[in-house]
Design a protein around this ligand. Structure first.
Ligand code: GLC
Length: 648
């Protein structure tokens, strides 16, 4: 790609995962001390002493209930005692390593167990494939027990029992077995902890429905229409078309129960300390199965206060802070990953402060949405600005970077800035949705709207990365030239994801360019929810094509592996690097500069349909990390949707 005037040397080929030692599940580098009962007790006592005062303070502030606090402390000891010695040792190793999840050799993959391999045992059998992808962090989509009727399970996010695996997927023993097999291979496991609500088939909900006061107090029951109206006025809708409203009427009780998400997902009442304690025990129980990363689902919603929008309230932060301390007392190897899909200003506060941290990691949701905005507009200015915002945060703030996940893309962009450039929110969203549905002339994307709200005109979008990049359209039309561009776009977007500091996550199927799956429309349990368009079963035939020379799958898979391997082995990708954007006089170019020690990486991305010639800051010797060659370079030629990683 680079204009090489003089080749001076050939860089060593990107080496495969040379994993430094702070990885996911690497056991202690020192010979592990024996974990005698006395030593374990001393460890627990020390951790408790470190956190007890603050934990007690926050607990009493929220609940003013010393008995329940004492019960919680006993519970923590019990779960600590029950924690397997191997996990305790891993905790110690990770405490010593520090923020192990920041290592650049970390690469995640998010997958549905049934889609990928049928069952948990199936996932275990396919660990070699996961390793072949270079992945050492698996996010298993919700697998706990849910209502058998899939139209009432919200893809697993309506949990009926936090201690039981959905029998169709396996058992808790299978999970613990998988976790230990993963740990042996240096792979860590992430799972969802759906703490805002339970399914209406959860034992608590069943007993509440039967009128047991103790259980009713774990949810929000309301008779007064005035209160319902006030919530309706002040609280935005989560699913305005698929599940409008915030309450569900229960004829057997002649009352309404709060259901911010689907009517079968009852919001838990965290004003009740019983709910908090029990949910913490559930969290610890799951951690003790060998889970490494707990994704706290929909966390901004967990505290409700009439008269507010019931999002991101300060009590939510108190609860997350307590959860962080509870983790650090019982299982400090665990990482809390916050699902905070909120406006940019609301996201970073979930890291807490340096002295009082909350989540270890957060989704880089605004960057994700802004990336796709850039694809549709070919205007990288907003992405530059967003990148600068993220880079101005303390480096210890670790983001999870992704292009696609199991959810829709909500167009949570900085409309303040966009409007100063003449782009108003409503028409801009309409443009993005038209573009990605393939309705705009020149658009190669395919996909569907999600929760199009006829009242606000708002809509979100669903599709796979490959379909949004044009692989579906090019394949359907048999257009080789278009396929070429689509593959390049797909790889460039991944390269951009890998360029960012933080933990990159590949959505299962993206490594082989899997396109949209329209069969969900034939399944009445899924047909209403267009998110299933990008939740298709993993197509193993595509994985077989990885070895087919020149196949679409091979080209994407190998390119991603090359980029991952470079990221792992080249120090300039360190999470401690200084990262900034460079102003370049072409709005479709995104230019990121990473500096670490005496190394500087110029990562340049062409978000346009035209080829570009990029002028380097000065003519000098650069190593093109992808080509593996070093040369004196003044300009770099880039095809449409191309990129370059140029190291000095
Ligand atoms: C989270 C999940 C989403 C689910 C919702 C309700 O946002 O990502 O898939 O519908 O929580 O639990």
């Amino acid at each position: 790609m680079a204009n090489m005037t003089k080749t001076t040397e050939s860089a060593a080929p990107a080496s495969p995962a040379t994993a430094p030692d702070t990885t996911a599940a690497t056991p202690a580098s020192k010979p592990a001390m024996r974990m005698t009962r006395a030593r374990a007790d001393a460890i627990f006592a020390e951790r408790m002493a470190r956190h007890r005062d603050e934990l007690r303070w926050l607990y009493m502030e929220l609940y003013d209930n010393g008995d329940m606090f004492a019960e919680l402390c006993d519970g923590l000891k019990r779960f600590f005692d029950e924690r397997d010695n191997k996990l305790k040792k891993l905790d110690l190793a990770r405490e010593e390593a520090g923020a192990w999840y920041r290592a650049t050799n970390m690469l995640g993959m998010q997958m549905y167990i049934d889609n990928f391999a049928g069952t948990i045992k199936g996932v275990e059998k396919n660990l070699p494939y996961i390793e072949r992808c270079g992945v050492n962090y698996i996010h298993l989509m919700p697998f706990l027990d849910t209502p058998a009727d899939k139209s009432r399970s919200d893809g697993g996010y309506a949990v009926s029992d936090f201690r039981r695996v959905n029998p169709a997927l396996g058992t808790m023993d299978d999970l613990a077995h998988l976790a230990s097999k993963c740990h042996a291979r240096g792979i860590s496991l992430c799972m969802d902890f759906v703490m805002n609500h339970t399914s209406d088939e959860h034992e608590w909900a069943r007993r509440a429905r039967a009128g047991e006061g103790e259980y009713m107090s774990r949810y929000f029951f309301v008779r007064d229409q005035g209160i319902i109206d006030r919530y309706t006025r002040d609280v935005p809708q989560v699913f305005p078309t698929t599940a409008p409203g915030h309450f569900t009427y229960l004829p057997e009780l002649d009352q309404c129960v709060m259901t911010q998400f689907y009517p079968y997902q009852w919001d838990l009442n965290y004003r009740n300390p019983r709910v908090f304690n029990e949910m913490m025990y559930n969290f610890l129980f799951l951690a003790n199965q060998g889970i490494d990363i707990i994704r706290i689902d929909a966390v901004p919603y967990i505290w409700k206060q009439l008269g507010t929008n019931c999002r991101n309230l300060k009590q939510v932060h108190t609860i997350v802070r307590m959860m962080r301390m509870i983790g650090e007392i019982v299982c400090p190897g665990i990482v809390l990953l916050g699902e905070v899909v909120m406006a940019p200003v609301e996201v970073a506060p979930y890291f807490g402060t340096v002295e009082k941290p909350e989540c270890h990691m957060l989704y880089n949701v605004t960057t994700m949405a802004t990336t796709w905005n850039t694809v549709a507009t070919r205007d990288a200015r907003l992405l530059r600005q967003q990148t600068d915002i993220v880079c101005s945060l303390p480096r210890s703030y670790t983001f999870l970077n992704y292009l696609r996940c199991h959810d829709d893309i909500g167009w949570g962009l900085d409309y303040g800035t966009l409007s100063t450039w003449g782009m108003a929110e409503v028409p801009h969203k309409a443009y993005l949705n038209d573009y990605f549905q393939g309705h705009t002339p020149g658009s190669v994307s395919r996909g569907e709207l999600y929760n199009a709200d006829p009242v606000t005109g708002d809509a979100r979008f669903c599709a796979t990365t490959a379909s949004m990049c044009g692989i579906e359209a090019a394949g359907f039309e048999g257009d080789d030239e278009a396929m070429e561009v689509a593959i390049r776009k797909d790889i460039m977007l991944h390269a951009y994801m890998f360029t960012q500091s933080g933990l990159p996550i590949i959505y299962s199927g993206d490594e082989v360019g899997q396109v949209n799956d329209y069969t969900y429309k034939d399944d009445p349990e899924k047909a209403e929810d267009s998110r299933y368009i990008h939740r298709g079963a993993f197509d193993w035939r595509l994985a077989e094509n990885i070895d087919g020379p020149g196949s679409v799958q091979q080209r994407i898979f190998n390119a991603l592996r090359t980029l991952e391997d470079i990221r792992r082995s080249e120090p300039v990708f360190s999470a401690d690097a200084d990262v900034r954007t460079k102003n370049y006089d072409d709005a479709s170019i995104l230019w990121i500069v990473r500096s670490f020690g005496d190394r500087t990486l110029h990562a340049v991305f062409n978000f346009s349909d035209d080829a570009k010639t990029i002028w380097m800051p000065e003519a000098a010797a650069y190593t093109d990390l992808v080509a593996g060659t070093t040369a004196e370079v003044a300009t770099v030629d880039m095809p449409s949707w191309g990129f370059a990683w140029m190291l000095r």
